[in-house]
Design a protein around this ligand. Sequence first.
Ligand SMILES: [Zn+2]
Length: 298
Amino acid sequence: MRIGIDLGGTKIEAVALDERSNVLARRRVATPRDDYDATLSAIVALVHAVERDTGASGTVGVGIPGTISPATGLVKNSNSTWMNGRPLAEDLPRRLGHPARFANDANCLALSEATDGAAAGAPIVFAAILGTGTGGGIVVNGHVLVGCNAIGGEWGHNPLPAPSAAESPGPACYCGRNGCIETFLSGPALARDYGSAGGLTVDPAEIARRAEGGEASAIECLTRYEDRLARALGSIINVIDPDVIVVGGGLSNIERLYTAVPKLWARYVFSDAVRTRLVRAAHGDSSGVRGAAWLWNE
Ligand SMILES: [Zn+2]
């Protein structure tokens, strides 16, 4: 049995999968925000709970926002900032009494979708989480490309490619720079763009509904978003040339992205034709937790 944990900013989810990736048990709790020790205890309690539910013990894989720094062994790059600088990779196995594997949450999404999801069997897969932030992960031939700094696939804090005058220098980002991809393509960024163009601030799902209903400012906002996404993904295609790009996170539910963006990205990709497919994560919200369980299959 494989147990996967998805540590999110608002909830922690656990699943237990059997050999054929059937779900044997599933549990979720609210994340104890701003409290590292309580977060650790919540993960331990979830593992014990699914072990009780199934009457079996299992391997434990954990998807986290950010990653474990190979340089220090501590959590880094987490937008759940109370986890940064903490020795999670040491503390959790000690508390559990057995080993655990850790990976970035977007790497878990990529692994899940490349294993038995929307990119099953594809040799090169890029997965992007478009939600609170803009995570990214790469799977090649079924294996996560972690990288020597453990930041493989992290595209969100690259500058937005080919910025227009209006996009320069771009919004300030929490990482200390301006104009990061995340400041244009995250959910809050899309909501802010719609608001600054004269609309009220509404969530991305509502913007998509208004665009479907024919509202001009919502359509213009999504058209800007799609061109920015095409530029950002075009630079990924130029570097790793993926067969499939899988999108997860809240914004993956905006249906028009999957037709609009591939029409736009040809002009940013150095190729006669672009055969890369852009698809929505098949396992939806559960993709991250499934990928975490699959970490022991690597
Ligand atoms: Zn940034």
